[in-house]
Every structure is written in structure tokens, then in C-alpha cells.
Design a protein around this ligand. Sequence first.
Ligand code: FES
Length: 222
Amino acid sequence: MTVLLVARSVTHHGGHDAIHRLAATVGARACFLDGADPSLHAALDEADGEVVLVPAHLPPDRYLDTWIRRAVAHWRESRGRDLRVSVTTALAAQPALTDAVREALDGPRTELTGNPGPFRSPAWSQITRHRHQVLVCRGPRCTAYGANEVATALSERLGEHGLGDDDVLVTSTGCLFPCNLGPMVVVHPGDVWYESVDPGKAVRIADDHLRDGRPFAPPRKY
Ligand code: FES
């Protein structure tokens, strides 16, 4: 039996590591709805036999509860595979969570003192000198369609070209709306929207558009 803790993205990588560690502690694997590796689709790709999903998001998130059902149905349809998949009650709805809050309040506390330190830094008043800003959609549908692999391929190719933040500022985003066309990558300036991006197309965006200045997206339809 494969047990998958299904979480949502958080804004810092350490948070993803914490979910992976929690999963390993209980003999499970972690996967993510959006914005982090591996996606639920990728985790199901590697599973066989019976799969149990544990929604691991905090706070409670009805969207994720709904999305997990849709994502599993889409995975079955798009992969042409079937697995016996069930889902537990979300961790956020477990009575033990209330007990954990009470235990935390009854336990030791650390008084917070000190100065704000690096809360602000002069360096964070600088806007990078980037020539292009690239928005890589890491929303739930684009993630299901392969946005994690797209983000990796793009960042590796830019690294090979020596294009850093001062050249190309890559920003992961939530849903950009045209989910059916995903994975979506948008390049500014120019407002150029690339649809159905796979790792090969991500490499071409890095080569043709971002390095050579030759956009190749089809004309936008409104
Ligand atoms: S999830 Fe990417 S456009 Fe909606």
C-alpha cells in the first residue's frame, strides 16, 4: 500500500522539506497540489496497488478536498491506468489537532525578545535589472499537467546560458486563468503567452526568446 500525504505549496522550501520529513516519519510519501515537487500526478505515476491519500494541509481547505478527487479522476483518464485510491479525513479535521493546540499551550514557551534585525535590508529596495520577467504558472491544473518539470527545465537551461535574476527574473505564480491551455508560461515585456509548455518547449523559450530575443508563441486568441 502506498500512503501519500497531499499538501499545498508553501512559500519557503523548508516547508516542503518539513512535509517530506513528516511523511517519511509515518512511512508515507509527500506530494503537492501546486507549486512543489512531486505533484500528486507524479506520485500516482510511481504508485501501484492500493493508494491512500491523506490531505495534509493546514488550515482546512475545502478546495484541496475537492481538488484531490478531481485530480485523481484526471490522472486515471490521462494516464489510462487505474489504481484503487482512497482518501482519509483531512489532518486539519482530526480531533487530535485540537489536543495538539492545547498541549502546545500547556507546554514550554519561549519569550520573544530582540530587535527586528534583518526584517528590512537596503538590498531589498533594489529592483533587479532583469531584461525579462517570466511567469511560470504553478497553479493546481498546470501542476497536474507538468508545471514542475517545466520550471525545472527552464531554470536548468537558463543556468546553462548563465542567465541569472539580473537577466531573466523567473517568478512562480498561482493560477493565471487559462488552465485548459496549461502548463502556461508568460514572458514580459511583450505579454507573450506560451501554452501547453513541456520541458522541450521550456528549453526553446530559454534559447529562442530569452537568450536570442525571438519570441515564438502563436498569436493570442481572445
Ligand atoms: S493553473 Fe495554470 S492557468 Fe490555471
